[in-house]
Design a protein around this ligand. Structure first.
Ligand code: NAD
Ligand code: UDP
Ligand code: UDP
Length: 343
């Protein structure tokens, strides 16, 4: 049964009070699917450092061993190469279910596989949660709002999604994953949590994953033009990865199912983002306009009132502070040397 999680008070404000302060809690056994990816590997770092035992389940489609290699040899860390589309038998207390490509370039690469991962993969992890009585957290996405007609987006908004478009494998996949999560909760009593994550950036993003922040940073460092799609007036709200990880852990440890928007409300047009990248890396970086992709949402900005009120969470790292931390990681990975090519 899931019991230990209720004792986890290190940061979860909603569980504070369930255990006398100062009493040391027992480490949890936690699965992180997609734990070798960008967000997952940062989450694993936090879970390991607070004393939990972590099993990463990943098929390495977009994840990399390098992201978790620093935990090899730690008896509280285990890495399993496994595709969540296949059933999995484990005994654990919590499941953070992240496995799914997040970059549009990656998830459009094999759309059928993407939707299988979201539907069959989520079903399997919910089946696992049900069998062992584990608490299950789904990392859903702001994409469930589609091309939103409400701005900023509140959790009660049902979205404006094209069911037959090139992005549907991802956004309809995640919508179905949310449905499955709620049906296992209502029908089988599984303890669930749902996070709707808005655009997140930081160290360890795949350098060439096609997402806008990674593209602009890599392009500016390589002295290539920044590729702005469309007229560059579409907006996104960019969250630094440590803020997201804090939000995910608070959500898991708290008492509310959600869904919760986890994102930074600071909203930027793509042209404004290009300008911040120029200021941070190279003021002379050129901008090149390219045709936009199909069904690109025009604007996106989270209303985070619910997360503030119920999780006591809000992001702390603004874009101009977070970007330099990502830049130094990219600089090192692209050039293998911090000093090289400093603008
Ligand atoms: P990522 O691509 O870096 O990580 C995804 C991980 O899942 C990778 O390690 C990949 O190898 C693994 N994976 C993919 N399919 C799998 C499968 N079938 N079986 C096992 N492992 C599989 O992406 P990320 O940015 O770290 O995103 C993590 C989660 O957060 C995803 O579920 C994504 O949808 C969600 N999310 C991310 C963002 C963002 O801006 N980063 C925004 C919204 C939602
Ligand atoms: N499942 C799994 N690990 C488990 C338990 C279940 O991967 O420990 C998978 C199982 O193979 C099934 C899915 O989760 O495909 C849903 O399981 P559930 O028991 O809810 O449904 P059923 O097996 O009755 O269809
Ligand atoms: N984009 C861009 N240049 C790029 C990559 C993306 O202008 O090199 C735009 C894209 O059209 C979208 C926004 O940046 O409007 C965010 O795209 P991304 O793929 O990062 O994430 P999305 O929010 O679309 O999932």
């Amino acid at each position: 049964m899931y019991q230990n999680g209720h004792l986890a008070t290190g940061f979860g404000i909603n569980s504070v009070g369930k255990i006398p302060l100062g009493l040391k809690r027992k480490g949890l056994r936690i699965v992180v699917t997609g734990g070798a990816g960008f967000v997952g590997s940062h989450l694993v770092d936090r879970l390991i450092s607070r004393g939990d035992s972590v099993i990463v389940v990943d098929n390495f489609f977009t994840g990399r061993k390098e992201n978790v290699v620093h935990h090899f040899g730690n008896p509280r860390f285990e890495l399993i190469r496994h595709d969540v589309v296949e059933p999995l038998l484990l005994e654990v207390d919590q499941i953070y279910h992240l496995a799914c490509p997040a970059s549009p370039v990656h998830y459009k690469h094999n759309p059928v596989k993407t939707i299988k991962t979201n539907v069959v993969g989520t079903l399997n992890m919910l089946g696992l949660a049900k069998r062992v009585g584990a608490r299950f957290l789904l990392t859903s996405t702001s994409e469930v709002y589609g091309d939103p007609l409400q701005h900023p987006q509140v959790e009660t908004y049902w979205g404006n999604v094209n069911p037959i478009g090139v992005r549907s494998c991802y956004d309809e996949g995640k919508r179905t994953a949310e449905t499955l999560t709620m049906d296992y909760h209502r029908g089988a009593g599984v303890e669930v949590r749902i996070a709707r994550i808005f655009n997140t950036y930081g160290p360890r993003m795949c350098i060439d994953d096609g997402r806008v922040v990674s593209n602009f940073v890599a392009q500016a460092l390589r002295k290539e033009p920044l590729t702005v799609y469309g007229d560059g007036k579409q907006t996104r709200s960019f969250q630094y990865v440590s803020d997201l990880v804090e939000g995910l852990m608070r959500l898991m440890e708290g008492e509310h199912v959600g869904p919760f928007n986890l994102g930074n409300p600071g909203e930027f047009t793509m042209l404004e983002l290009a300008q911040v990248v120029q200021e941070t890396i190279d003021p002379n970086a050129k901008i090149e306009f390219r045709p936009n992709t199909e069904d690109d949402p025009h604007k996106r900005k989270p209303d985070i009132t619910k997360a503030k009120d119920q999780l006591g969470w809000e992001p702390k790292v603004p874009l101009r502070k977070g970007l330099p931390m990502m830049v130094s990681d990219f600089r090192q990975r692209i050039f293998g040397d911090h000093k090289e090519n400093v603008a």
